[in-house]
Unconditional design. Structure first.
Length: 166
């Protein structure tokens, strides 16, 4: 509720495509959400970027960007989320365990299952698609964090979640 502007910060150059896909899906939401990209030169730029966007951000989405996320930057994002009382959405449930508000993505178990299946096909010299996408999505919600930032989670969302941290 109240989410109009979602910021996504990234360092790795290949996240332009990721952001374009995310933007299309957000524009189709009801009401449409604005995705605002914040490309950074490196992870050291996170503190300055956070200060610049502080008053114009409703939520932050962290992509699975290994050049952006490290223990230091994740701590900065968590502290910003708590101080500004805005949600911090992460790419994995493990980050939700460590203080992000929620995540929606493919679990590491599912990634491993898909990799194993691809390896089996490769070993058997069987054709397979160049890209594979999981249909099994994991949603993790941290109610403790949501309460601290005064974010109300609907009973429907809690029921649909794969895991809820209380």
């Amino acid at each position: 509720p109240g989410l109009k502007r979602l910021r996504v910060l990234w360092v790795a150059g290949d996240f332009r495509t990721y952001c374009a896909k995310l933007r299309r899906s957000l524009e189709e939401s009801n009401p449409p959400l604005e995705l605002i990209e914040v490309p950074l030169n490196n992870a050291d730029a996170v503190p300055d970027a956070i200060r610049r966007i502080a008053d114009t951000t409703d939520a932050i989405w962290l992509p699975p960007d290994p050049l952006l996320l490290n223990p230091n930057t994740f701590l900065i994002f968590k502290e910003f989320s708590m101080r500004k009382r805005i949600p911090l959405y992460a790419p994995t449930g493990g980050l939700v365990d460590n203080g992000a508000t929620a995540s929606i993505g493919v679990s590491f178990f599912e990634i491993g299952r898909m990799a194993g299946r691809a390896a089996k096909h490769a070993l058997n010299a069987e054709a397979q698609p160049r890209q594979q996408h999981s249909t099994q999505i994991e949603t993790v919600i941290n109610l403790l964090v949501a309460d601290k930032i005064s974010l109300k989670i609907s009973p429907e969302a809690l029921k649909a979640a794969s895991r809820v941290i209380q």
